[in-house]
Design a protein around this ligand. Structure first.
Ligand code: NI
Length: 180
């Protein structure tokens, strides 16, 4: 397994729309394992392929405290959304920034697993928020897009300044809980 570099805002590659996964082979399995390792090491609770510069519809999530309950969603589609939930979100691609985002509280998702088998699941709580955040990544969208352009510009300047000063923003200590 191998750690993959994570793209950071405002990298334009994060704006790429992912294409569906069509081959469920050993190469895909290795990519999933590498993404899980990268997510755990970061540390974060979710990672979309877009963030590691692979533009295919694939994301991994683990919201458990024990960090041993990985979920893999390939070619996910949201079939139903209910309720409203406001959560303070962070993102591995927007280090050190935490802002409140409003999303559906519950979703029904259809996706495929690493073998290509289709499944449907009802998600709520953090898992539902996380799935919606990661699916945005696959569409080339970031959680800062929900903020005003003024705020987004302020975040971009802050990250660029920190990168100049420290070399790598991601090396700073971070709150792991909601970094998705
Ligand atoms: Ni993210």
């Amino acid at each position: 397994m191998a750690l993959m570099p994570i793209l950071e805002f405002p990298d334009s590659r994060l704006r790429t729309r992912a294409v569906p996964v069509t081959q469920f082979d050993r190469q895909l399995s290795k990519l999933i394992d590498d993404m899980l390792e990268t997510m755990y090491a970061a540390p974060g609770i979710g990672l979309a392929a877009t963030q590691v510069n692979v533009h295919r519809c694939l994301l991994v999530i683990d919201v458990s405290d024990t960090r041993d309950q990985p979920h893999v969603f390939i070619n996910p589609q949201i079939l139903q959304r209910d309720g409203v939930e406001v959560t303070e979100e962070g993102c591995l691609s927007v280090p050190q920034v935490f802002e409140e985002v409003q999303r559906a509280a519950r979703v029904r998702v259809r996706a495929q697993d690493r073998k290509g088998t289709t499944f449907e699941r009802d998600l709520d709580g953090l898992l539902a928020v996380c799935l919606q955040h990661e699916m945005d990544h696959l569409d080339g969208k970031l959680f800062v897009d929900y903020l005003s352009s003024l705020k987004r510009d302020r975040i971009r300047r802050k990250l660029e300044k920190e990168r100049r000063e420290r070399g790598n923003v991601a090396d700073a200590p971070r709150r792991a809980a909601l970094v998705i």
